[in-house]
Design a protein around this ligand. Structure first.
Ligand code: GLP
Length: 244
């Protein structure tokens, strides 16, 4: 779906998320959301906060799983995704703290494998992800699944691509401060979500959006594996759609 601008797109997707949450609440069931970070979803989160404040949208029945986190990373750091999610969403809504899941960047190296296994188990115990929101990196990554990530990959520790670290450099005041690794849900984990909405804005994403949607599925552009999902939608602004 191509919108004239990211503002209209973000508001429309926020309404869809709100509809899912309300539908589930009416059925007395949780809504399980897969959440993304980065600049792309910030306007969408702002709109969800507005719907909470002005239209009484409750998040009491929402269970959330974030895609990824830098590793190592302390939650209080300026660049942590824990901090990001609190700043843009969780601190302003009524989600229950025990229903929030974000990969833990403080897990000691020897416990990473067990942490990742448990993260997957928690997603399954919640009944799977109803709606997964995604951004896309210039390398074609979803979450932090860099080129080389296959369709069966699971939650794990990954080494970040040079381009990704360059793109994150300004957040960390220099590329040398960007962590070399990250914890991320796998491509396989993401593909198990019942429904996926990928958002991309701006001309900087136009080339990778074309590769993702028109290229053959390949490990070199992990986002191409979304083509195999039966309920995926790509939501773009005009600029991100320019090369299609
Ligand atoms: C990071 C995140 C991704 C996100 C990407 C794009 O790499 N781990 O989940 O999609 O950035 O970021 P932005 O939305 O700022 O372009």
């Amino acid at each position: 779906t191509i919108y004239p601008d990211s503002e209209q797109a973000s508001v429309a997707v926020a309404r869809e998320v709100a509809r899912l949450i309300r539908e589930r609440a009416a059925q007395g069931r949780p809504a399980v959301l897969g959440l993304a970070t980065g600049s792309t979803p910030t306007r969408l989160y702002e709109e969800l906060v507005r719907l909470h404040r002005e239209e009484g949208l409750s998040f009491a029945n929402v269970i959330s799983f974030n895609l990824d986190e830098y590793y190592p990373m302390t939650p209080s750091s300026l660049q942590s995704y824990v901090r990001f999610m609190h700043e843009y969403l969780f601190d302003h809504i009524d989600i229950r703290p025990e229903n929030v899941h974000i990969p833990d960047g403080t897990v000691p190296p020897e416990q990473v494998a067990e942490f990742c296994r448990r993260y997957e188990e928690q997603i399954r115990e919640a009944g799977g992800i109803d709606l997964q929101l995604l951004g896309i990196g210039r390398t074609g990554h979803i979450g932090f699944n860099e080129p080389g990530s296959g369709p069966a990959s699971r939650t794990r520790l990954i080494t970040l691509d040079h381009i990704t670290r360059t793109d994150a450099a300004s957040d960390f005041y220099g590329e040398e401060h960007v962590p070399r690794r990250a914890l991320t849900m796998g491509v396989g984990t993401i593909l198990e979500a019942h429904e996926i909405v990928l958002l991309a804005w701006g001309e900087g994403k136009a080339a990778v959006v074309k590769r993702m949607t028109e290229g053959e599925p390949t490990d070199s552009v992990p986002a191409t594996y979304l083509q195999r999902h039966p309920h995926v939608r790509v939501v773009l602004d005009e600029a991100a759609s320019a090369e299609l």
